[in-house]
Design a protein around this ligand. Structure first.
Ligand code: IPM
Ligand code: MN
Length: 361
């Protein structure tokens, strides 16, 4: 029987709740599609950090490297100093595993309420390819006269041809099997040096993909176009910070942060990719069963696709879409739809292999 080794990192806040739901769905997918997984629990997160002072260690990196994929919940806690867990765990993992791109589909499933009036699933089907290892996320920054009125902070952004090129090439490849359209999103009119590099990479790589049409949109304009006319986008490629920002906006179109999924993809075959819902640890609602497990389940679907379990991936995506479409009725009927109950419904639907139009897979 096919077997995949998976490191499971539930993390903090609602992370463990949505991960438990996703694992129940994974169990159902294994039963229905005839494969197994070997799972290693990774205790990283706020509690572990506060108890041991430990973040991602070199030893753990080596142990995680041996896995086929990482299923990630969420990291972040008000009990830890700002940024310590995020930088020390999520960003450290993306860097250590050289997860070159963060693939974030912006896809509205049928029947899911969206705050954008008149938006339809047909009009909202794009993918953001976020460069995942550089930009302002890696520059350490510096400050002088901290704590005085002369306090001056410098926070730069790192952009290498190497990392930008591999992200842009991935985006072109994706566009060439989708609708053949790639949009570079940046701020070249202000960030002229980084912008020039990104534009040059898109121009050069684009020559290898003559069938893909390219265009350019400033990131501020992107925030206007995305809610109004998402249909003009197919694949959007952008830097780490802009990608972080526009995908939260994208998540709103999809019906909220709870629905959005992502894959941190290693492209070289030497380290695992990592799949995580776009939402954070949401400590304010942790432990109540209020978190929507859809983002975690769709991330699981992306992981299954990545592991070569295409049929299971499509079934998990279809089951999640089906339960998402039932949600308004459940809520309207006053039925509590807790994280666990929704996970159970998605798991139960997997075996029926519900199809979804325009699958992510
Ligand atoms: C995300 C998150 C992270 C990011 C944080 C938690 C560091 O917002 O995955 O989008 O900024 O990348
Ligand atoms: Mn984010």
């Amino acid at each position: 029987m096919r077997s995949h080794s998976i490191a499971v990192l539930p993390g903090d806040g609602v992370g463990p709740e949505v991960t438990a739901a996703a694992l129940e769905v994974l169990d159902a997918a294994q039963d229905a599609f005839g494969f197994t997984t070997e799972r290693t629990d990774v205790p990283l997160g706020a509690e572990h950090y506060l108890r041991t002072g430990e973040l991602l260690t070199p030893d753990l990196v080596e142990r995680l490297r041996a896995h086929d994929a990482i299923l990630f919940g969420a990291i972040g806690s008000p009990q830890a100093p700002p940024g310590v867990l995020e930088r020390g765990i999520i960003l450290a993992l993306r860097g250590a595993m050289q997860q070159a791109v963060n693939l974030r589909p912006v896809r509205l499933y049928p029947g899911v309420p969206t705050p954008v009036a008149g938006l339809t699933p047909q009009r909202c089907d794009l993918v953001v390819v976020r460069e995942n290892t550089e930009g302002s996320y890696v520059a350490e920054g510096s400050a002088v006269h901290r704590g005085t009125s002369a306090w001056t902070a410098v926070q730069e952004s790192v952009n290498t041809w190497y990392a930008v090129e591999r992200a842009v090439d991935f985006a072109f490849r994706l566009a060439s099997v989708r609708r053949g359209r790639l949009t570079l999103c940046h701020k070249t009119n202000v960030l002229v040096e980084a912008g020039a590099l990104w534009s040059a990479v898109v121009e050069e790589v684009g020559r290898r993909y003559p069938d893909v049409e390219t265009d350019y949109v400033h990131v501020d304009a992107m925030c206007m176009h995305l809610p109004v006319s998402p249909e003009r986008f197919d694949v959007v490629v952008t830097d780490n910070l802009f990608g972080d920002i526009v995908t939260d906006l994208g998540a709103v179109l999809q019906g909220g942060l709870g629905v959005a999924a992502s894959g941190n993809l290693h492209l070289g075959g030497r380290a695992p990719s990592m799949f995580e819902p776009v939402h954070g640890s949401a400590p304010d609602i942790a432990g109540r069963g209020w978190a929507n497990p859809a983002g975690a389940c769709l991330s699981l679907a992306m992981m299954l696709g990545h592991l070569g379990e295409g049929e299971a991936a499509a079934a998990v995506e279809g089951a999640t879409a089906q339960v998402l479409a039932e949600l308004p009725a459940l809520a309207g009927a006053g039925m509590g739809a807790s994280t666990g109950e929704l996970g159970g419904r998605i798991a139960a639907a997997v075996a029926q292999r519900p199809a979804v139009e325009n699958s992510l897979m």
